[in-house]
Design a binder for this molecule. Sequence first.
Ligand SMILES: Nc1nc2c(ncn2[C@@H]2O[C@H](COP(=O)(O)OP(=O)(O)OP(=O)(O)O)[C@@H](O)[C@H]2O)c(=O)[nH]1
Ligand SMILES: [Mg+2]
Length: 303
Amino acid sequence: MGLLDKFKSGLDKTRKFFSSAFTQIAAGTGHFDEDMLDELEEILICADCGIPASGKIIGDVKDKIKKTGDDSSEAVLSTVKDSIVDILGPKTEYRLQEGKLNILIMIGVNGTGKTTTCGKLALRFKNEGKKVILAAADTFRAAAVEQLKAWGEKTDTTVISQGTDGADPAAVVFDAINAANARNADLLIVDTAGRLHNKKNLMDELAKIRRIIDRTAPDADVKSMLIIDSTTGQNAVIQTESFSEVMDLDYVGITKLDGSAKGGVAVAVAYASDKPIVLAGLGESAEDLVDFDPEYFAESLIR
Ligand SMILES: Nc1nc2c(ncn2[C@@H]2O[C@H](COP(=O)(O)OP(=O)(O)OP(=O)(O)O)[C@@H](O)[C@H]2O)c(=O)[nH]1
Ligand SMILES: [Mg+2]
């Protein structure tokens, strides 16, 4: 399946919602007046694009109609798409730097898909011929280490863990860096426990992990990725803003785009944050992770 088809099938629920509502508005004359544009704005908000981004999109549509005089549904749809692509910004990919250890720290609130995305990424880079190691730094929940180990088995990837009984996540990461260096690994992916940005002790724990990395692997390329769950709608936007305020984030990964008609939340996140969305989770299995593609995403969202 090509990338566009993957986006199309993953975003099926959001697209069906959007296109049936759009067709309903356009059903009369096929031309858009002010009232119809207000309705269109409401649809965008309901698809979780967020109020500010939806306002910008409709503003762009109005400007375009003023300029060209073309208020046909086809022209409106095309401007909506261009405007979404514009909000999403240029395509950014997470890529490994050659010849050094790359470390990726996965961060986010409970249940957003961090561990799953660790497993999916391990498979992806292994398939590219890279040596990957997973660090089970979620020592908070008993089942967490087992869950990561299951992904390790599924993807034939080494998992470094210390169990869950009070193990220090930073100590797990220390061990994992040593293992990564000993094995000349290309990528170390650090799975962390779900946490809220305002829980001080848990955020301190993340800062400690980061200090250990900076001290133990000073030459590594270290990146942090916030994983947000699109089915949580505007909460995902708030999480992106809040985590960005309290820590250095490099990337955002958005999961479960297949799970609801709230796929538009990627647009709201992009509008609210300057962190690029680099990954899209489009299902639960190992292959259902793709590079986030603004053009394909916008296309799949609306038609
Ligand atoms: N449909 C769908 N389900 C997903 C996706 N990503 C993750 N999931 C599911 O979401 C659930 C939670 O995923 P986890 O990877 O355990 O989430 P987590 O962030 O590690 O959770 P905690 O460790 O508890 O904070 C699991 O049932 C996953 O299978 C996705 O892209 N699509
Ligand atoms: Mg987890």
